[in-house]
Design a protein around this ligand. Structure first.
Ligand SMILES: [Zn+2]
Length: 85
């Protein structure tokens, strides 16, 4: 009685493991292959663009007047007054 139950449980466990391997095996290589080569190329392409964008904002004085506008003169300008245009 108990031996039969054990055999049945072992058979069911083996069947479940076989189904997991069958479902997981083909998915792993397919998911890895496209991701690995694409990630470094995308990171290289994104980095120079973000650096250029931050460099543009650093050229300005950036001083804010009371109404919230930003000074458009160059950074460290010699003029005494800020310009908001
Ligand atoms: Zn200024």
């Amino acid at each position: 009685m108990s031996k039969m139950d054990n055999l049945r449980a072992m058979r069911e466990a083996k069947y479940a493991d076989a189904q997991k391997r069958a479902a997981g095996a083909p998915a792993r290589p397919a998911a890895k292959a496209p991701v690995a080569p694409a990630t470094p190329a995308a990171a290289r392409a994104a980095q120079p663009a973000s650096v250029d964008a931050s460099a543009d904002t650093d050229e300005l004085c950036g001083h804010r007047n009371m109404s919230g506008r930003t000074c458009t003169r160059e950074r460290g300008h010699s003029a005494k007054s800020h310009r908001y245009s």
